[in-house]
Design a protein around this ligand. Structure first.
Ligand SMILES: [Zn+2]
Length: 44
């Protein structure tokens, strides 16, 4: 079953059959992942 979701990174709506998918494309998934990793790093 197809469902419409909103990308957590760019906010664009996209269709997916996966209930766990959060991002419209691999670029957004990677960018969000990198954002998170940068935030979790301690300040130098
Ligand atoms: Zn996106």
């Amino acid at each position: 079953m197809k469902r419409t979701k909103k990308c957590l990174y760019c906010g664009k709506e996209f269709s997916t059959q996966s209930a766990v998918k959060k991002y419209c494309c691999i670029e957004c998934a990677e960018a969000a992942k990198q954002d998170k990793e940068e935030k979790e790093q301690p300040p130098q």
